[in-house]
Structure formats: structure tokens, C-alpha cells
Ligand binder design. Structure first.
Ligand code: AMP
Length: 400
């Protein structure tokens, strides 16, 4: 990574007051309890590193979409409770706001090895507007800015980008790790380099496909987006999901892949149903054509075998998006089997990187998340990274 991280800053951090942008956008139930704490857990290494450097630590995050209003059900208070459990010996203080004179006093009084968690940044509309004055106020609370919210680095907000104008800014350990895996996979891959794209829409993935066609040796396409590609080849897709206005583009992308000598694999059989329903009867097709009146909701067994063989050949594999409607048990097999193949390839020495919220939950569902080299914590951010876009929360950090 060509950006400085807290490791490169090292002794420069000792005893400093540090403000860290974390991604504590955790899911809460009706009782306000955290139902999945993986984002908090992902921030722990950086917080611990800063505690070990004797820093006074200010943490800031957004939660949900309060749209510039104070919405009590979107308070970060439950996160403060979770942090108190993790950092038993430290004082974790919950602030009532993220700016203002009370917070300024609390930040000023903050001692080394204490943690102050600011209230939801998005209670102020200035956060998402990347308001300069708001960024300046956040910056005034500390001496150094640490970017560790990988899930938010594709946004140019006051706490992710604006603040870097006013403080020396470096990456945290999570962001460093994300950039290392995604960056190496994309720019310095061990070959063959294979990308597996799935999910709902071709339109969401056009820029990713275009960028990856300059990088990969092979590309696997699954999920609903595959049927737009199959339709462009004159294959019957029945009532499967399709983006009619993208059929021509899909055709062009297939031609582009061919002209570049990139192996592009599409499903050769399917699991179909008569309706989009988790209890619908699952029928396996004989071949690539999808019978009239049925829709494909998963890849079939022959496709799983074809994809598995390609996965086992690869040395670097990037996966974004599921192979089918994996939320429905009857149609989750393709996604699960592909996740298992990814784990198998990784055990044989390949580097595997899984990005996107759905793919991350799919590898977890398959029980192989620990076997994948890296499961990205940022859905949108990892997708924009694969598109080759500049990430505002990264580009503004200090260069090495
Ligand atoms: P994305 O957010 O683009 O990664 O898309 C993920 C969504 O695509 C999931 O909710 C899947 O249920 C959905 N999906 C995947 N395959 C299909 C399919 N064959 N038909 C309809 N939806 C699908």
C-alpha cells in the first residue's frame, strides 16, 4: 500500500490524541440490541494498537440513515456498551453529540488510554454534505486522524475525507489490510487470476466487468445478471430476471472478453422454479435453455462442476455477488458450493478475496469464512475498488 498506516507512523503516535473514523454501522433489533457485532470486532486491532501506544482515542461513526436529524433509535450508545465489554480495563465514554462545546470539553479532558465514542455523525446533515466547517470541528478534537472505516471510504463525507485537510491522516489496520488484499489481487495477482461476479444486476457491475477485463485471465458470471448475458447469446431464458436494456451491452462485453483472450464462463444448466418463492418446487434443467414459464434462481450441478474446476485452477480469486437467490434454502446450493470451492482453492495455496455484503454472508452460511484469505468488510467500497475508482477516504491519506 502506498498510503501511510499507523504502523508507519509508529512512535509519532505515542501519547497522542487520535480521532479514528470507524464503521460502527451495526444492525440493531427493535430493543436496540446489536444483532451482529462483526464491524465492532473488525475495529478492535486498531483501537488496541492505539491503546498500546498510550493514545487518547476518539472514535466516530455513522449508524443508519437519520438524514441530519437526531433519531434516538440510531444512537451509537449500544456500541459504547459493547466496547465497554471488549476493553474491560479502559474507560469508555459515550458523548452526547459529535461536535459542540460539551464534546470539546470531553475531548480536551480525555486521558491517555481512554476512549471517547462520539454520537452518530449523521445526526448532522453537514456530515454527508462534507461541510468544511463541520470537518474542521471534528478535527479540532484531536492531533491525528486515523481512517479505519473501510465500509465508508468510497464516500466523500466530512469524517472520511473533509477532516484530512486539517490533520495528519493515516490508515488504520483494517483499512491497511483491505487495501493490501484487494490491491494485490487487482494489481499484482498470482496468475491465473479469476474473478467471480454474481448478484442481481448487470447495471451494477458494468464498470467492474470493464475494469476486470483488463486484469483477469478468466471471468465467471452467475446470479441474475447471467441471464442478460445468456439472452444476448440467443439462449431461452424463460421468465428469468433480465435487463432488456443491457442485452446489447452484455453482448459487447462477451465479444470484448473473447477478443482479449479472456475465458468467460456462463451457466450451462440451472435450478428453475415456476414462481419467485422460497417454497417453490426446484427443478434442474437438462441444459442451458430455460423452459417457458420458469425462472432460473440458481446455477445447476453441471455449472457448479464447471466453475469449481476453473476455481481450482486459479491462483488469485476475487468474488463479488452470489450465484443465485441464496436467501432461499432450495436455491442456495450454487452459492454455497462456489464458496466451498473457494475455500478448497485457498487451502491449495490460492489467494481468495470475497467482497460485498451478500457474498460475505454466503461464505459464512457455507461455514468457510475462516478459510477465505480475506473477506472484505466494505460492500460498496470493495466494488468501487474493483471498478478502479478513486476512493475519497483513501486518496486523501498521507503517502508513504
Ligand atoms: P447484489 O446486491 O447485486 O450482490 O445481488 C444480490 C441479490 O441478487 C441477492 O438478494 C440474490 O437473491 C439476488 N439474485 C441472485 N441470483 C438471482 C436470480 N437468479 N434471480 C433473482 N435474484 C437473484
Amino acid at each position: 500500500m502506498n498510503k501511510k498506516s499507523i504502523k508507519d507512523f509508529n512512535s509519532g503516535l505515542n501519547n497522542k490524541k487520535v480521532i479514528v473514523r470507524v464503521d460502527f454501522n451495526v444492525p440493531l433489533d427493535e430493543k436496540g440490541e446489536i444483532t451482529n457485532d462483526k464491524r465492532i470486532v473488525a475495529a478492535v486491532p486498531t483501537i488496541q494498537y492505539l491503546l498500546d501506544k498510550n493514545c487518547a482515542i476518539i472514535l466516530m461513526s455513522h449508524l443508519g440513515r437519520p438524514k441530519g436529524q437526531v433519531v434516538p433509535s440510531m444512537s451509537l450508545a449500544p456500541v459504547a456498551i459493547a466496547l465497554k465489554k471488549i476493553f474491560k480495563d479502559n474507560n469508555v465514554i459515550m458523548a452526547k453529540d459529535c461536535i459542540g462545546s460539551d464534546v470539546e470539553k470531553q475531548a480536551k479532558a480525555l486521558k491517555q488510554q481512554e476512549i471517547l465514542l462520539l454520537e452518530n455523525l449523521r445526526f448532522h446533515k453537514e456530515e454527508e454534505a462534507n461541510d468544511d466547517n463541520f470537518a474542521k470541528k471534528l478535527a479540532s478534537l484531536a492531533e491525528i486522524f486515523v481512517q479505519d472505516a473501510f465500509g465508508a471510504v468510497h464516500r466523500a463525507h466530512a469524517s472520511t475525507s473533509g477532516i484530512t485537510k486539517y490533520l495528519p491522516s493515516v490508515a488504520g489496520l483494517l483499512v491497511e489490510k483491505e487495501l493490501e488484499y484487494l490491491g494485490n489481487a487487482l494489481n499484482n495477482p498470482k496468475r491465473p487470476f479469476l474473478a467471480i461476479l454474481g448478484g442481481a444486476k448487470v447495471s451494477d457491475k458494468i464498470s467492474v466487468i470493464e475494469n476486470l477485463l483488463n486484469k483477469v485471465d478468466a471471468l465467471i458470471i452467475g446470479g441474475a445478471m447471467a441471464y442478460t448475458f445468456l439472452k444476448s447469446q440467443g439462449i431461452d431464458i424463460g421468465a428469468s430476471r433480465v435487463e432488456e436494456d443491457k442485452v446489447e451491452l452484455a453482448k459487447k462485453l462477451l465479444e470484448k472478453a473473447k477478443s482479449k483472450g479472456i475465458k468467460l464462463l456462463l451457466p450451462i444448466d440451472h435450478v428453475v422454479a415456476k414462481e419467485f418463492d422460497e417454497n417453490a418446487e426446484a427443478i434442474i434443467t437438462d441444459g442451458v435453455n430455460i423452459p417457458t414459464g420458469t425462472m432460473a434462481l440458481d446455477i445447476g450441478p453441471k455449472t457448479i462442476e464447471l466453475y469449481r474446476n476453473e476455481i481450482l485452477r486459479a491462483k488469485t480469486i476475487v468474488n463479488n455477488g452470489p450465484m443465485g437467490v441464496f436467501e432461499f434454502k432450495k436455491f442456495s446450493n450454487g452459492t454455497i458450493k462456489i464458496a466451498e470451492s473457494l475455500a478448497e482453492a485457498t487451502e491449495k495455496g490460492a489467494i481468495s478475496v470475497v467482497g460485498g455484503g451478500d457474498s460475505a454472508s454466503a461464505v459464512k452460511k457455507a461455514g468457510v469464512d475462516k478459510k477465505i484469505s480475506h473477506v472484505s468488510t466494505g460492500g460498496g467500497a470493495s466494488l468501487e475498488f474493483l471498478e478502479g475508482k478513486e476512493l475519497p477516504g483513501i486518496s486523501s491519506l498521507l503517502d508513504k
